[in-house]
Write a protein that binds this ligand. Structure first.
Ligand code: PGA
Length: 254
């Protein structure tokens, strides 16, 4: 972490807690971060729980995010949810380009870029996910793959002036219990920041780069100690308030 950038811990609940359990989990997290300052905590429940969780978080420090959005503001897109609808529900953040969407729903770089633009158009702060597969890592392509994914959203990152966040999530680390080492994470995070520096050094210093992939209480402090790791995007451990709060505490500046 770097004192210039406010740490951010985001929980991606995926397709869990879409009903009444969401408010209970949100309330426990909100109570647990009351005494934490100088850190942003975001939770991203399923669409069906957004409005209820927004009401639960009223006046609390935890911020609300969604997990996806459609690139159009409205239209005949059965089953989809747009950026303006997320804003109406109380969301202020949205995850785009998560590897589960890239790989299971065929979302490519152009669609991720369109969704990022749609988010910024309505004032939602995007958490843009990038990351290589195991085959790409073992093939020595990690930096090239991440660079290419980032290239597609560079105009949006420039426009956002540090409001958007990048999350480096190696696909092989997601949900597997095999997190990247600190050296692996720092190498990619430094490369991402160097790429941002090509646009402007101010943008590079401002933009937060999260690490995601099997972040747990026992590895969070080490990962967060890397100079270019500004926070974490947490999946499995964000469903357990004790684990998620322990990770948030590890990110709290001394
Ligand atoms: P994980 O998921 O923490 O369960 O590995 C991370 C993510 O998918 O964002």
């Amino acid at each position: 972490m770097n004192a210039q950038r406010r740490p951010l811990i985001a929980g991606n609940w995926k397709m869990f807690h879409g009903g009444p359990g969401a408010c209970d989990l949100a309330a426990q997290i909100a109570a647990g971060v009351e005494d934490l300052d100088h850190i942003d905590v975001v939770i991203c429940p399923p669409f069906t729980a957004l409005a209820a969780v927004a009401a639960e978080l009223e006046g609390r420090k935890v911020q609300l995010g969604a997990q996806n959005l459609h690139p159009q503001a409205s239209g005949a897109f059965t089953g989809e949810v747009s950026g303006p609808m997320l804003v109406e529900c109380g969301a202020r953040w949205v995850i785009v380009g998560h590897s589960e969407r890239r790989h299971q729903y065929g979302e490519g770089d152009d669609l991720v870029a369109a969704k990022t633009k749609a988010a910024l158009d309505v004032g939602l702060r995007p958490i843009i996910c990038v990351g290589e597969t195991l085959a790409e890592r073992t093939g020595g392509q990690t930096l090239a793959v991440v660079q290419h994914q980032l290239e597609a959203v560079m105009p949006m990152l420039e426009r956002s002036q540090g409001q958007a966040v990048v999350a480096y999530e190696p696909v092989w680390a997601i949900g597997t219990g095999h997190n990247a080492t600190t050296a692996q994470a720092q190498e990619v995070h430094a490369m991402i920041r160097a790429q941002l520096r090509q646009l402007s050094s101010q943008l590079a210093e401002r933009t937060r780069i999260l690490y995601g992939g099997s972040v747990k209480p026992d590895n969070a402090a080490a990962l967060l100690s890397c100079p270019d790791v500004d926070g974490a995007l947490v999946g499995g451990a964000s469903l357990d308030p004790h684990q998620f709060l322990a990770i948030a505490r590890a990110a709290q500046p001394a």
